[in-house]
Ligand binder design. Structure first.
Ligand code: HEC
Length: 452
């Protein structure tokens, strides 16, 4: 108390003028804070990224302070709570990739050997908030408390709320897809069986009619038009009957389980562009068919597009034009692996990935519809059931590289390998129908699991 006296005395001696001054200053400070508050709201709404920026130690991971609002303007709305509960999880990864810039020393030593395999076990200090995209969910299970509040939020998605959502058909289809993915995750992990019934019920309540589904716009076309998909791709890449004929050709293939729609609930189409100076894709395919190992030329590009398979209100699956994941990959060189080989794999394979931003879809922010991912963006990946925190580059390089593989002649294009049995698409709808068939297996399993 004693220590405060001199200050109090000083304040008491202030003159009338200075009181006026103080009032004016108080007003200015209030005005300042008002603008700061308004600015921070606007920043959260328009400016700030949901993820940490390039160069940040947690580059690409979700910012804990950012309240994402993908399905309604009110961040606390049930739709957004459902989304956040299923997509965000604070976990200790089982493994941490040494590809994270802070985990390795001198790059010229690190990017020499099989750097994409280098990991260390996760420790409690590695606990972080991870987000669900990069087509994987970080969420493994819900604690009893989390499960209860998740089920409550799901129950709110009914009546008025469900019909309001369905007035924005693209959002409804995406929301439904997110729910199906959580259900798939839980079924696969054998966790929280009690949630399958409420999830299944919500999936049905937000289901659109076949007529609504047939009116959905192509997010791929919107993304290209507005420039958020900034790779020079043909606007009619995803066309059908007949599919595009050059420079990109659609390939049908025998997929690995990574692209089985019974797991992904998504269709996936692959396109290849062949540099014109070489014999051409058809020559390559026929040589391959005869068992010859022709080399894929530098300059070849592949594109993988994945999109939502939605359930209509009668329980039938529909491949929609809502593409949410566009991956471009090209062979830039065939030089040895080294830090100086400035490609994603460090041995010639370069990738460019784009993800649909749900929030931009809701806001109609076309110029931000797709988010480009960077090689060093981080995420939690699931390898054979193990959660691994690493960079996008390390993850893609696991499967797409030239170093230390017997099929380096393929240049990282797995689809061109004999086991995929690549062949040209005839109608462009083959993969969509396949995805619908595969996805209905999952729906049947979900119905069964929800009944048990
Ligand atoms: C677990 C292995 C695996 C990982 C990891 C992986 N892919 Fe693939 N990828 C495949 C397989 C297998 C195919 C062939 C398509 C199929 O099975 O239907 C493929 C195909 C592709 C294609 C199109 C066709 C081709 O053969 O080039 C692109 C583009 C692609 N992947 C990009 C990526 C990107 C970008 C990443 C990192 C985010 C990635 N992949 C991570 C296994 C993987």
């Amino acid at each position: 108390m004693d220590q405060q006296r001199p200050r109090e005395r000083r304040e008491h001696t202030h003159s009338r003028e200075s009181k006026t001054f103080r009032r004016a200053r108080g007003k200015r400070i209030r005005t300042f804070f008002f603008f700061l508050f308004a600015f921070s709201l606007a920043w959260n709404a328009y400016g700030a990224e949901e993820q940490f920026p390039v160069g940040h130690p947690d580059q690409g991971l979700p910012r804990p302070e950012f309240l994402s609002a993908p399905y309604h303007e009110d961040p606390q709305h049930a739709l957004n709570r459902v989304f956040r509960a299923s997509f965000l999880a604070t976990v200790v990864p089982a493994e941490v990739g040494l590809a994270l810039p802070r985990e390795h020393g001198n790059p010229s030593d690190f990017f020499r050997g099989p750097w994409y395999f280098a990991v260390r076990p996760g420790i409690p200090a590695d606990r972080k908030l991870f987000g669900g995209d990069v087509r994987l969910l970080s969420r493994e299970e819900f604690s009893p408390d989390e499960a209860a509040s998740f089920a409550r939020a799901l129950a709110e998605v009914d009546g008025e709320m469900a019909s309001t959502l369905k007035k924005r058909p693209a959002l409804a289809a995406l929301f439904q897809h997110d729910l199906l993915r959580v259900a798939q995750r839980l079924v696969e992990a054998g966790r929280n069986p009690e949630l399958l019934r409420p999830i299944g019920a919500a999936v049905k309540r937000v289901a659109l009619s076949p007529a609504q589904l047939s009116q959905l716009a192509s997010t791929y076309e919107l993304g290209l038009k507005s420039g958020s998909l900034d790779f020079p791709l043909p606007p009619d890449l995803l066309r059908m009957d007949p599919p595009v004929s050059g420079p990109y050709w659609e390939l049908l293939r025998n997929s690995t389980s990574v692209f089985n729609a019974a797991r992904t609930l998504a269709w996936s189409r692959v396109f290849i562009s062949w540099p014109s100076i070489h014999g051409g894709l058809t020559d390559f395919l026929s040589a391959q068919g005869k068992g010859q190992k022709a080399e894929v030329p530098v300059g070849a590009i592949s594109v993988l597009v994945q999109g939502v398979v939605a359930w209509d209100d009668r329980g039938f699956p529909h491949a929609t034009p809502i593409a949410f994941d566009v991956r471009v990959k090209w062979l830039a060189n065939r030089d040895p692996m080294s830090a100086q080989n400035r490609t994603t794999s460090r041995d010639g394979v370069q990738i460019r990935v784009y993800e649909l931003r749900r929030e931009s879809l809701r806001r109609g922010a076309q110029d931000r519809l797709f988010r480009p991912l960077h090689d060093d963006d981080q995420a939690l990946f699931r390898d054979y059931g193990t959660l691994k925190h690493t960079t996008l580059a390390a993850q893609c390089t696991l499967c797409h590289r030239l170093h230390g593989v017997s099929d380096a002649y393929l240049g990282g294009f797995i689809t061109l390998g004999p086991s995929a049995q690549p062949r040209l698409a005839r109608t462009g709808s083959e993969r969509l129908r396949l995805a619908e068939r595969e996805a209905s297996q999952f729906l049947a399993n979900l119905e069964k699991a929800a009944k048990d």
